[in-house]
Design a protein around this ligand. Structure first.
Ligand SMILES: [Zn+2]
Ligand SMILES: [Zn+2]
Length: 152
């Protein structure tokens, strides 16, 4: 499987909680559970997937709560939004810009941040295009290791 170099979810949970507190956001049981999920962000879920995962434990949770919390965390730079045109997926484990690999067969999203050269790319753009890069969204489409075996 793709190398899993996750940041400690407990560390991310505490960081997000602190940021919400500092920004004056309300801390509710729903929010805590959502932050807990986002801290690991297994598989880079979208809002609906987060909602479905939480609804089992919290039948009264609303999709609006999910979106509001995601927006707040995004403003604070604590969650990375992967904007896939009509669908956004989220990474609260690594909130900074990093490449993603999307399998077109199983639709899973993997981290591609072990590849080198991103820093060089940013620098090259700044030098050759005189463009100051603040963030990037790099997405590679293809087949994951598991699907390569299924398809071939
Ligand atoms: Zn796949
Ligand atoms: Zn990611």
């Amino acid at each position: 499987m793709i190398i899993n170099n996750k940041i400690d979810p407990e560390f991310r949970y505490k960081k997000m909680l602190t940021k919400i507190r500092e920004s004056g956001g309300r801390i509710t049981s729903h929010r805590l559970a959502l932050i807990r999920l986002l801290a690991a962000s297994e598989g880079h879920p979208n809002a609906t997937q987060l909602y479905e995962a939480l609804r089992r434990q919290f039948p009264t949770i609303s999709l609006a709560t999910i979106y509001k919390t995601l927006a707040l965390l995004k403003d604070e730079g604590e969650v990375l939004e992967i904007d896939l045109h009509n669908d956004s997926h989220y990474d609260g484990n690594k909130p900074y810009s990093h490449p993603h690999l999307i399998c077109t067969h199983c639709n899973r999203i993997f981290d591609g941040d072990i590849i080198s050269g991103i820093q060089n790319l940013n620098q090259e753009i700044e030098e050759k295009c005189n463009f100051q890069v603040s963030r990037h969204q790099l997405v590679f489409y293809g087949l994951c290791e598991e699907c390569q075996q299924k398809v071939s």
